[in-house]
Design a protein around this ligand. Structure first.
Ligand code: UD1
Ligand code: MG
Length: 470
């Protein structure tokens, strides 16, 4: 094959992800463990999309194949099952029925190396396409190469051998240039020669690395692309490495957001999942956690210790410290917390205010309404500019079913009121403090739902006179 223009070359990607990952000491397959809020293998799939369309991305699954395939179901990628883990060469061979007819380049990645960037894969593809060799591997230098395959280079810098750690001579053990296990090769050569790989005599596994020797014996040239920073190639084997990868991914995310105009106070204390988006001039105070697909608009302030999980926050919103908000929407100029709690499906309107120790669940608060202090508002709709007094409780659950409550625009709910759902409070009406409301309150009315106060003048001194202190 002649040298090719990188942009025009078809690339197929195979991601090896069938292994269990014994050293994780986990019931869960290794590639499903999360770093940066995403399963490890999903990072690899996302990077692969920079060089291949989903119908040309194959993930080899084995351990917990169904769960791994389900975790990637949104990506439209292909799967090949490897029921028994007989080595990297055997894993790749499982894709042959669907992939061996695909022309161009074949890139092999591993599902447990989540730090590899799309830019590096593009460089690898371009280097392979422009040199016209049989294949290129990514190499790097590490301080401790124990366990890795060593890359032996010849005089002109071509790869002459990949020697697995266990097969290394004492001299070869000193080589600290290692094989990352990531390759980009001419697809036709791989598929034509894959069946030439024989089980390794020591382990009985089919080593994909053997294909380098097979091709070299056919006088093909093989190259290496050396990465100066070995971090990108970190393969996850233990929970310690999982935590390292998580740290690096989150640092990258923070850096990208800061460069795009987000202010972070004590950034190392801020934890942000990969899919979070944040608008310009928003400020994150220390120890904020932003999870899932949370989106935050411009000019917001997110208070210290706040957790936003799958939230949608419009621009110019202030969230005071230590609020825990989930799966809900907050409109522009609203003010939330400190110590506010929002559970699923709540919606806070423009300029509305939700204060400390207020809990919302499946509740819509229209523009300008206020629930400043302490309370539970569940399955409730609150009209514009209504005022919910301190300690208002909506009793939305009768022990069997949930019921709805509607509070009209401009209504005033006195402190420590109890609204027993289903119930409706009309526009501009008043509920007296301490009321238990069980029936509809029409518009413009005042409802008392509490015992009348009784006064007995002089009761205390009369009593003392009857029962003098001894
Ligand atoms: C491999 C390379 C080694 C390289 C190292 C980098 C071989 C023979 N050796 O060794 O040169 O330095 O990676 O990390 O390839 N997998 C399957 N099915 C299998 C076996 C493995 O899907 O039957 C997957 C694993 O889940 C893993 C990846 O392939 O994600 C690599 O396999 P692993 O067993 O870790 O290979 P190494 O011994 O590390
Ligand atoms: Mg490995």
């Amino acid at each position: 094959m002649e040298k090719q223009e990188a942009e025009t070359v078809n690339t197929t990607v195979v991601i090896l992800a069938a292994g269990l990952g014994t050293r994780m000491k986990s019931k869960q397959a290794k590639v499903l463990h999360r770093a940066g809020g995403l399963p490890l293998v999903e990072h690899v799939v996302r990077a692969a999309k920079a060089v291949a369309s989903p119908e040309r991305i194959f993930v080899v699954t084995g351990h917990q194949a169904e769960a791994v395939e389900a975790a990637l179901s949104n990506h439209g990628v292909q799967f090949a099952r490897q029921t028994e883990q007989k080595g990297t060469g055997h894993a790749l061979a499982q894709c042959a029925p669907k992939a061996s007819g695909l022309d161009g380049l074949l890139m092999v990645l591993v599902g447990d190396a989540p730090l590899l960037t799309a830019e590096t894969l593009v460089r690898l593809r371009d280097q392979q396409a422009s040199t016209g060799t049989a294949g290129t591997l990514i190499s790097t230098s590490v301080a401790d190469p124990t366990g890795y395959g060593r890359v032996v280079l010849d005089d002109r810098g071509d790869v002459s051998a990949i020697v697995e750690h266990k097969a290394c001579s004492p001299e070869q053990l000193k080589i600290n240039v290692i094989n990352s296990g990531i390759y980009c090769m001419r697809a036709d050569l791989v598929w034509n020669n894959l069946k030439e790989i024989v089980p390794n005599p020591a382990s009985g596994e089919y080593y994909l690395t053997d294909i380098f020797e097979i091709l070299r014996k056919q006088s093909h040239r093989l190259g290496a692309m050396h990465l100066a920073d070995p971090n990108e190639l970190l393969g996850i084997n233990t929970r310690v490495e999982l935590a390292e990868a998580d740290t690096i991914l989150r640092a990258r995310k923070r850096r990208a957001l800061m460069l795009s105009g987000v202010t972070m106070e004590q950034p190392e204390s801020v934890s942000i999942d990969m899919d979070v988006t944040i608008g310009q001039d928003t400020v994150l105070e220390p120890h904020v956690r932003l999870l899932g697909t949370t989106t935050i608009g411009e000019d917001c302030r997110i208070g210290a210790g706040t957790i936003l999980d799958n939230m949608a926050v419009d621009g110019s919103v202030t969230i005071h410290p230590y609020s825990v908000l989930t799966q809900s929407h907050i409109s522009t100029r609203a003010e939330i917390g400190p110590f506010a709690r929002m559970r699923a499906n709540s919606d806070v309107g423009e300029g509305a205010q939700v204060g400390n120790f207020a809990e919302l669940k499946n509740t819509k608060i229209h523009a300008g309404a206020k629930a400043h202090h302490v309370g539970y508002l569940g399955d409730t709709e609150i009209g514009a500019k209504a005022n919910i007094g301190a300690g208002t409780i909506v009793c939305n659950y009768d022990g069997v079913m949930k019921h709805k409550t509607k509070i009209g625009a401009g209504a005033f709910i006195g402190s420590n009121s109890t609204l027993v759902a289903p119930v409706e409070i009309g526009d501009d009406s008043y509920v007296a403090a301490g009321s238990v409301i069980t029936h509809e309150v029409p518009s413009d009315a005042l409802a008392f739902g509490r015992a009348h106060q009784t006064l007995k003048h002089g009761w205390v001194s009369n009593r003392r006179a009857k029962h003098p202190k001894k």
